[in-house]
Design a protein around this ligand. Structure first.
Ligand SMILES: Nc1ncnc2c1ncn2[C@@H]1O[C@H](COP(=O)(O)OP(=O)(O)O)[C@@H](O)[C@H]1O
Ligand SMILES: [Mg+2]
Length: 412
């Protein structure tokens, strides 16, 4: 009998219903895949539940898409056990997301010479909750002049938590009054002060494995309108840099399902936020890009499982730093060097070849699904759960139009 390999994808979920149902529907359409070694792969998924576990219990799940561990620590510790003991493949690994928050990511990307706005970390406003604090602070906390730091950075600037996420505690600081008010309110949060980038375009890149979609994001719009459908909103150079930077950040840290925010002025791309362990993939915010996102998740999961891709908990920073330290290379050449490492990490070429060879009809199936009743049901249920009754018809029509536009664009 020919070799047969069954792969189990586990979904670790919080309150979302839309994308998991889409993922389950599309994964079912990935029929058995027989690769060129003659092995036939079957893919199934299940939703993970939270229960006591013995650290020595074997884990059946081969790959986990995690949307919960960033705030729920019991399953986070289960993920670590599964990665270390059972080789479970993780999107994403809590090892790097816990230890490499926004601040570490800024440092690493500055080390690579990327254009991170100037950033200063100031000590806590409020005493740290520890009996040793008073003594330690009296003896070692050096007094500092917040106004002098701000004057040096220049107004306006941003004050935001060092480990940021979801706009929590972010403020734009226009003057000294704002500065002191925001710092006083920061309380127990540890804050960055960051120079403002006067950007023309806000590029938000969603990366899933070897695929990246750079989207025209408008942070001031209401949720349903933040992602504009515009294909050439960046210059070719800024577009190339945005894809490259997103992929480099992800490969550097081993992040496989992440969003990266970049502020773009002309051809200058400034990354400001790129450690989002649980990027937004709601159908009511991604709309047009939703079928792409879910099909990329399905394909990356299938590829990783069928090719036996190994989960990694270590980083190989020295290869990147060798390029950073090579004075014969300018910014563009360094970016290309990092991108080559990132493509190696993600096996980008092999991934695309594997999909073309083993999932030749999948793109058509995604289009058919996105145009059909199942996707429409998910959209309808999500809109009902998200918007008040009197707005539901309007939003349903809005999102149906955008998903319909994606379907039509795929047929060209
Ligand atoms: N240096 C900056 N220059 C201009 N705008 C900024 C800067 N930093 C943050 N912002 C604005 O504040 C928002 C939130 O900051 P961000 O770093 O993305 O925090 P979060 O992790 O909470 O999303 C950004 O989406 C952007 O609109
Ligand atoms: Mg952000």
């Amino acid at each position: 009998m020919a070799d047969r390999s069954q792969h189990l994808v586990g979904l670790l979920l919080g309150a979302e219903e839309d994308w998991p149902q889409a993922f389950e529907a599309l994964l079912r359409r990935v029929g058995p895949v027989t690769d060129d070694t003659g092995v036939t792969h079957d893919f199934v998924s299940e939703r993970l539940t939270i229960e006591p576990f013995d650290l020595a219990d074997p884990v059946r799940t081969d790959l986990v898409i995690d949307r919960l561990a960033y705030w729920y620590y019991h399953p986070r510790e289960w993920l670590k056990k599964a990665a270390l003991m059972d080789g479970t493949y993780l999107l994403n690994s809590p090892f790097t997301f816990q230890s490499m928050e926004k601040h570490s990511a800024y440092c690493a990307m500055m080390r690579l010479g990327l254009k991170i706005p100037r950033t200063v970390l100031v000590p806590y406003k409020n005493p740290v909750d520890n009996v040793r604090w008073a003594y330690t602070a009296a003896k070692y906390n050096k007094p500092f002049d917040l106004d002098a730091i701000a004057d040096d950075l220049g107004y306006p600037m941003y004050m935001k938590p060092f480990d940021g996420g979801g706009w929590r505690g972010v403020s734009r600081i226009n003057n000294r009054d704002d500065l002191h008010q925001a710092y006083d309110e920061s309380g127990e949060m540890l804050m960055h002060l960051q120079a403002t980038v006067e950007y023309e375009k806000f590029a938000r890149a969603l990366s899933i494995g070897a695929e990246t979609m750079v989207m025209d994001f408008r942070p001031d719009e209401p949720m349903h309108n933040r992602y504009a459908v515009s294909h050439d909103f960046l210059s070719p150079s800024a577009g190339h840099q945005s894809v490259a930077i997103s992929r480099i950040v992800n490969a550097f840290f081993g992040w496989e399902f992440n969003s990266c925010e970049m502020l773009v002025e002309g051809d200058s791309v400034h990354p400001i936020d790129y450690a989002n362990a649980c990027p937004d993939v709601a159908i009511t915010s991604l709309h047009y890009y939703f079928p792409w996102a879910i099909s990329a998740l399905v394909k990356w999961s299938a590829f990783s499982l069928a090719t036996g891709r190994r989960t990694k908990v270590d980083l190989h920073t020295e290869r990147y730093f060798a390029i950073a330290d090579d004075d014969s290379l300018d910014y563009d050449a360094k970016l290309d060097g990092y991108l080559a490492l990132a493509n190696e990490y993600f096996e980008t070429e092999r991934y695309h070849e594997w999909c073309a060879q083993n999932l030749p009809h999948f793109t058509d199936q995604v289009v058919e699904w996105a145009a059909g009743p199942d996707c429409d049901r998910i959209l309808t249920e999500t809109v009902r759960a998200t918007y008040p009754a009197h707005e539901q018809e309007k939003f349903l029509a809005h999102f149906r139009g955008l998903i319909g536009l994606w379907v039509a664009d795929q047929k060209h």
